[in-house]
Design a binder for this molecule. Structure first.
Ligand SMILES: CC(=O)SCCNC(=O)CCNC(=O)[C@H](O)C(C)(C)COP(=O)(O)OP(=O)(O)OC[C@H]1O[C@@H](n2cnc3c(N)ncnc32)[C@H](O)[C@@H]1OP(=O)(O)O
Ligand SMILES: N[C@@H](CCO)C(=O)O
Length: 351
């Protein structure tokens, strides 16, 4: 399915008070809205993904998968600041006729959601039957469910949190330090900061995987090596892989948006904000996730009124949310098979 584009011609005011003149949003849809208008599945993507969810979440999204176009009308929009079709730091600044680069305004998770809402209205979507996302995607989904509790009927939050942790911010800051140490970042070219971005992805990967992942996938066959280890080339390869498909400016701003995530800001705290959610909610945590530890999902589960909790064991750590599609399918299937009618169900009790 090819990407579509929506242009909002009004002034888009960000949480900071800064303004974007107009807004272009790249998005994909799959399937069609049924006559009851009750089959919308809206996916919020994570940090470096895009709106083609049937490409990056295969096994959960596909013709024969749980979320399929025969049953569902699936929508996924590229987030504000990301380079896959939505206005971002490499877009043309109408004030100068040049790319924004570091003149792009800072934005928050709330701004991303505000943009999604505009698109949902444009598509004539009233109720969202299922809203889901992992990681940064989950941060958007929880935020959206708080500001529009009547619109979101079911919510699936995976490997995410209610406010970004000091630990998570520290990881992001370390990555931004790597980017800003690359002086080309300030040169004003689309590939500025590429070496820094490569280092940033290498740092990030440590938080997306685990000791065990590396111990198995990057273990040397021989004990004679003193240099050129597999783990080293892996870091370099993964860094370059991101450089080939992303840019340092979007990465910088998106990581700042992630840091801004706090559903309690201006709402009398996180607990109060979560209590506003009306959606029937499934929270999934990954036992091996060092970036969004499972305590953060247990917290969401305890404070969202109609919620269920499930634990997933993944060899991959945090990135397990993108990879363990069979387990996710089983958990989601159980959740929707259970007739809760407003009651709390616990797929797995928290001790
Ligand atoms: C245009 C687009 O690509 S769209 C964006 C796609 N990405 C997204 O949507 C973001 C979400 N996805 C992701 O973050 C990732 O794709 C994940 C987490 C799902 C999977 O990560 P992967 O990098 O595929 O898996 P993994 O960590 O096992 O690494 C495998 C890669 O490392 C390479 N590799 C493994 N060990 C080494 C090593 N020692 N040295 C060098 N390379 C190595 C493999 O050859 C493989 O390369 P390939 O990706 O070119 O096939
Ligand atoms: N691996 C994910 C980030 C982790 O949430 C991505 O690149 O989007």
């Amino acid at each position: 399915m090819s990407i579509q584009s929506f242009t909002y011609n009004g002034t888009f005011e960000l949480e900071s008070g800064q303004k974007l003149q107009g807004l272009e949003i790249g998005f994909n849809t799959y399937g069609s809205l049924n006559t009851n208008r009750d089959n919308v599945v809206w996916v919020c993507h994570a940090l470096t993904a895009n709106s083609d969810v049937f490409d990056w979440w295969k096994g959960l999204f596909g013709a024969d998968d749980y979320f399929n176009p025969d049953e569902h009308f699936v929508v996924c929009a590229n987030v504000l600041g990301s380079p896959y079709g939505t206005v971002n730091p490499l877009s043309t600044n109408p004030g100068t006729g040049q790319p924004y680069y570091l003149a792009f305004p800072e934005f928050t998770i709330r701004d991303m959601v505000k943009a999604h809402k505009l698109l949902a209205d444009h598509l004539g979507i009233g109720q969202v039957e299922i809203l889901l996302g992992g990681s940064l995607g989950g941060q958007q989904a929880v935020e959206w469910s708080i500001i529009e509790p009547e619109r979101i009927k079911n919510l699936i939050l995976i490997a995410t949190n209610a406010n970004h942790s000091p630990w998570g911010i520290a990881f992001n800051e370390s990555q931004r330090l790597a980017i800003s140490a690359d002086r080309t970042f300030y040169a004003g070219a689309p590939d500025g900061g590429s070496k820094g971005l490569k280092a940033a992805r290498s740092i990030a990967l440590l938080s997306y995987r685990s000791y065990k992942t590396y111990g198995i996938t990057q273990q040397e066959d021989s004990d004679t090596l003193t240099d050129n280890f597999k783990a080293s080339t892996y870091q370099s390869y993964q860094g370059q892989k991101l450089v080939n498909r992303f840019n340092a400016y979007s990465y910088w701003y998106l990581s700042k948006a992630m840091d801004s995530h706090n559903v309690g800001r201006g709402r009398h705290g996180v607990d109060k904000a979560l209590s506003l959610i009306k959606a029937r909610t499934l929270v999934i945590g990954i036992k091996t996730d060092v970036l969004f530890p499972i305590e953060e999902q247990q917290y969401l589960f305890r404070h969202i009124p109609k919620s269920a909790f499930a634990e997933l064991d993944s060899f991959y750590g945090h990135d397990g949310f993108l990879i363990e599609t069979e387990d996710l399918t089983n958990i989601i299937t159980s959740f929707f098979k259970t007739d809760v009618k407003g009651k709390i169900i616990e797929l797995q009790k928290i001790a």
